[in-house]
Design a protein around this ligand. Structure first.
Ligand code: SF4
Ligand code: SF4
Length: 147
């Protein structure tokens, strides 16, 4: 490996340091949205309803360290489960690298600018609905797109 080669092109996910691993997240916020699965077709649909711990303006979890304790459905990504996360957005760096794809050219690790995610149209919008403001049986009416 040459010193100037980026780690995401040379290291498998399992060999990355914790810092490298965390830096792969582009901050899109889309894994913090409610999604719906069609059991028959396997299709996954994204809604504009966000997890109660999600700060939509900053696109950040407000308690990242304790996320899986506070939200049992929250999935902590690891090299072991990254290959199985077919419900994650196709743009997600963990999913892409696990599938042998590279990072997109708008990724902050390439551009050096966290806002290129929003400019590429990949980030969640700030006007999301907090989960506590909507009944579960209305989730289907909040679908925004297929994943
Ligand atoms: S979908 Fe992937 S890249 Fe986007 S916030 Fe979640 S983990 Fe990070
Ligand atoms: S607990 Fe945090 S990281 Fe997990 S889905 Fe909710 S906002 Fe996202």
């Amino acid at each position: 490996m040459k010193a100037d080669e980026p780690f995401w092109e040379t290291k498998p996910l399992s060999a990355m340091t914790a810092e490298e691993w965390e830096s792969l997240c582009d901050g899109c916020g889309r894994c913090c949205l409610y999604i719906l699965h069609n059991e028959e077709t396997g299709d996954v649909f994204e809604t504009d309803v966000a997890c109660r711990l999600f700060d939509a303006k900053k696109r950040r979890c407000t308690d990242y360290a304790n996320r899986t304790k506070r939200v049992p459905d929250c999935v902590a990504l690891t090299p072991a489960n990254a290959e199985k996360l077919s419900w994650m957005p196709k743009t997600c760096a963990y999913r892409r690298l696990a599938n042998g794809e590279g990072l997109p050219d708008w990724h902050p690790l390439i551009t050096g600018d966290p806002e290129t995610v929003a400019r590429a149209g990949v980030a969640v919008p700030p006007d999301l609905i907090p989960e506590e403001e909507i009944d579960d049986d209305l989730l289907e009416s909040r679908i925004t797109k297929a994943r």
